[in-house]
Write a protein that binds this ligand. Structure first.
Ligand code: ADP
Length: 360
C-alpha cells in the first residue's frame, strides 16, 4: 500500500533534563516543519502529545512505570530507569515505525498518575522528547537522528531562578536543593546519553564577561552556545562558517551587525567528542536586533534552508520564545532545518528504491 506502512515513520530523539528547553525546541521544530497543530484524537486535555500534520511529538514521561506515589515508595526519582518502562517504549516505537497505531499511556503531570491511554497513529515524523530517548539500546536503534540539549549547571541554575523564583515564588535554597537532589541520577542516567547524540547543543556561561566578581547575574543573561555536529551521519551535513573544515574565529560586530556590551563572537572548528569526529559552531553573546541575524545567516553554509533569510525569518517569527536572541535559538532553528532536510532525503531515497522501502 501507499499508506504510512509503506513509507515508514522517521523517528527523532530529543534528550535533556527538564527545564532545559525541550518544549521550546519542539515549538521551533514544528514551526519549521509546517502544518497546523491539531488536538490529540482522544481529546484528553491532560495529553502531553503534540500532533501536527508533519510530526507527532511524544513526551517520554508517558512511559513512567511508577507514578509519583510509586516512586516515593520505592525511593527512586523519575530520572531513574526503574521508574520508566523501556520495554513498552521500545515495542510501541517499533510498532509505529512499522506502520501500526498504538495505545500510548498518558502520564498526568498534575496528578502524578497514569491516565487512560491515547491512540497514536503513525505520523511522518515521530519525535521522542524527554529524559531517556537514547538510554535504552533498543529504542536508540530505532532513532533516525538524535539530539541532546546539554545545559551546564550554572546556566540551568540561572534559568531555574528566573522561572521558579520570579514566576513561581520558590526560594533560592529550594531551587538549589532540588537541582542537587536530581544530580546523582542525572549524572548516572541522563547526561551519558549525549555521547550517542548526532547533534548536541551545549549551553555554557559566557566568556565575554570577565569573571572577576561573584555576581553571576550577567552569566544568566549571556550564554556561550555550541552546536556539536557528528561527522559521517547519513542524511546530515553539518552546517559551517565560511569554509568547511577550517578553524574560524569571527566577531561580526561592526557595520552590518549592532552589538552592545559584551558583543558577539562566533567560532567554527573541528573537534572530537567522545572519540568521534565532530564539527562545532559556537556563538557567544546575544543579538541586539533580530532582523540583523541575516548578516550571520548569509555567512553560514549548509543550513538546509529552502529560501533566502529562512533562519532569520524563523527567529523573528518566534522572537518571544526563550533564547531567541542568542545561540540557543539560532542553533535550535538550524537543527530544525536539518531534521526537515533529513526527513526529505529519507523520503526521496525510498522513492528512488521502492524495493528497499518495502523491506525497511
Ligand atoms: P523543558 O521542556 O525542557 O522543560 P522548556 O522549553 O519548557 O523546557 O523551558 C523551560 C524554561 O526554561 C523556560 O520557561 C525558560 O524559563 C527557560 N529556558 C528554556 N530555554 C531557554 C533559553 N534558551 N534561554 C533562556 N531561558 C530558557
Amino acid at each position: 500500500t501507499c499508506s504510512a506502512a509503506g513509507r515508514g515513520t522517521v523517528v527523532i530523539g530529543l534528550a535533556a533534563d527538564s527545564g532545559c528547553g525541550k518544549s521550546t525546541f519542539m515549538r521551533r521544530l514544528t514551526s519549521v516543519l509546517g502544518g497546523e497543530a491539531v488536538a490529540p484524537r482522544g481529546g484528553n486535555p491532560d495529553s502531553n502529545t503534540l500532533i501536527s500534520d508533519a510530526a507527532t511529538v511524544v513526551c517520554l514521561d508517558d512511559y513512567h512505570s511508577l507514578d509519583r506515589t510509586g516512586r516515593k515508595e520505592k525511593g527512586v526519582t523519575a530520572l531513574h530507569p526503574r521508574a520508566n518502562d523501556f520495554d513498552l517504549m521500545y515495542r510501541q516505537v517499533k510498532a509505529i515505525k512499522e506502520g501500526r497505531a498504538v495505545e500510548k499511556p498518558i502520564y498526568n503531570h498534575a496528578t502524578g498518575l497514569l491516565d487512560r491511554p491515547e491512540l497514536i497513529t503513525p505520523p511522518k515524523i515521530l519525535v521522542l522528547e524527554g529524559l531517556h530517548p537514547m538510554y535504552d539500546e533498543r529504542v536508540r536503534g530505532l532513532l533516525d537522528f538524535s539530539i541532546y540539549l546539554d545545559v551546564s549547571n550554572e546556566v540551568k541554575f540561572a534559568w531555574k531562578i528566573q522561572r521558579d523564583m520570579a514566576e513561581r515564588g520558590h526560594s533560592l535554597e529550594s531551587i538549589k536543593a532540588s537541582i542537587e537532589a536530581r544530580k546523582p541520577d542525572f549524572d548516572a542516567y541522563i547526561d551519558p546519553q549525549k555521547q550517542h547524540a548526532d547533534a548536541v547543543i551545549e549551553v555554557l556561561p559566557t566568556r565575554l564577561i570577565p569573571d572577576d566578581d561573584d555576581d553571576d547575574d550577567d552569566e544568566g543573561k549571556v550564554q556561550r552556545v555550541k552546536l556539536i555536529m557528528k561527522e559521517g551521519v547519513k542524511h546530515f551535513a553539518p552546517a559551517y562558517l565560511f569554509d568547511e573544515g577550517s578553524t574560524i574565529s569571527w566577531i561580526p560586530c561592526g557595520r552590518k551587525l549592532s552589538c552592545s556590551y559584551p558583543g558577539i563572537k562566533f567560532a567554527y572548528f573541528p573537534d572530537t567528542y567522545f572519540g568521534r569526529e565532530v564539527s562545532v559552531l559556537e556563538m557567544d553573546g546575544k543579538f541586539d536586533k533580530l532582523d540583523e541575524v541575516i548578516y550571520v545567516e548569509s555567512h553560514l553554509r549548509n543550513l538546509s534552508t529552502k529560501y533566502y533569510r529562512e533562519v532569520t525569518q524563523q527567529m523573528l517569527k518566534h522572537a518571544d520564545f526563550p533564547g531567541s536572541n542568542n545561540g540557543t535559538g539560532l542553533f535550535q532553528t538550524i537543527v530544525g532545518l536539518k531534521i526537515r532536510d533529513l526527513y526529505e532525503q529519507i523520503v526521496a531515497d525510498r522513492a528512488a528504491s521502492p524495493a528497499l522501502a518495502a523491506v525497511a
